[in-house]
Ligand binder design. Structure first.
Ligand code: GRF
Length: 205
């Protein structure tokens, strides 16, 4: 059996994407192991999810570091000490610095609740409702120095209904997030993602 891909999952909140990664590992469809969950929020529900499944976790409080770089340096140390090969941001509410990017070049993924490049940043679901688009969705992308600007790996579209609110659209999008994030991670684990500038090619093996 091939080695399991070693993941670090970074969270700040509910952790439903973390849960979908855990579930896909446990049901055998994702050939990976979560080496560490890191939260910058001590009250994140995702920490309870990690505990329940016996996954190691660490809490790094924003206020304990003098600068964003200092925070990311501490984060890199934890991830490296755990031999992490792929860093997955799963509702991690921080902008990451070059300190983290340089430590894991082409090895950091994020999930965003909109069809990028539309509606980057906070509240992608609300932005879509307010704008009046007929379709929105979610995007898994590699992380670069911008906000939600990195090369796109997979997207899933969902319809926007006339009476949608941020919450109803968000729930529809979240169901798709839980499918495409584990799929993108498995493609990475299988060495099927080739990054060429802005483009990610999925190679059939
Ligand atoms: C998701 O909507 C994700 O797209 C965004 O933050 C939210 C995290 O949700 N980046 P959860 O903590 O995984 O439930």
């Amino acid at each position: 059996m091939a080695d399991l891909l070693k993941l670090g999952v970074l969270i700040s909140g509910n952790g439903s994407n973390l849960q979908s990664i855990i579930d896909n590992i446990e049901n055998g469809s994702l050939k990976a192991v979560i080496k560490i969950v890191v939260s910058n929020n001590p009250d994140a529900f995702g920490i309870a999810r990690a505990k329940k499944h016996g996954i190691p976790f660490a809490i790094l409080k924003n206020g304990d570091y003098r600068s964003k770089d200092d925070f990311d340096a501490a984060l890199v140390k934890i991830l490296k000490d755990c031999d992490v090969e792929l860093v997955t941001l799963a509702g991690f509410m921080r902008i990451i610095t070059p300190t983290l990017l340089r430590a894991f070049p082409g090895r950091i993924m994020n999930i965003h609740p909109a069809l990028l490049p539309s509606f980057p940043g906070l509240h992608g679901q609300k932005q879509a409702v307010d704008y009046g688009v007929k379709f929105s969705g979610c995007t898994v992308h590699f992380v670069d120095e911008g906000v939600d600007t990195g090369p796109i790996i997979i997207q899933a579209a969902v319809p926007v209904m006339d009476d949608d609110t941020e919450d109803t659209l968000g729930a529809r999008i979240l169901k798709e997030e839980h499918k495409i994030y584990p799929r993108a991670i498995q493609l990475f684990a299988d060495g099927q993602l080739e990054i060429n500038g802005r483009k990610v090619k999925i190679i059939n093996r």
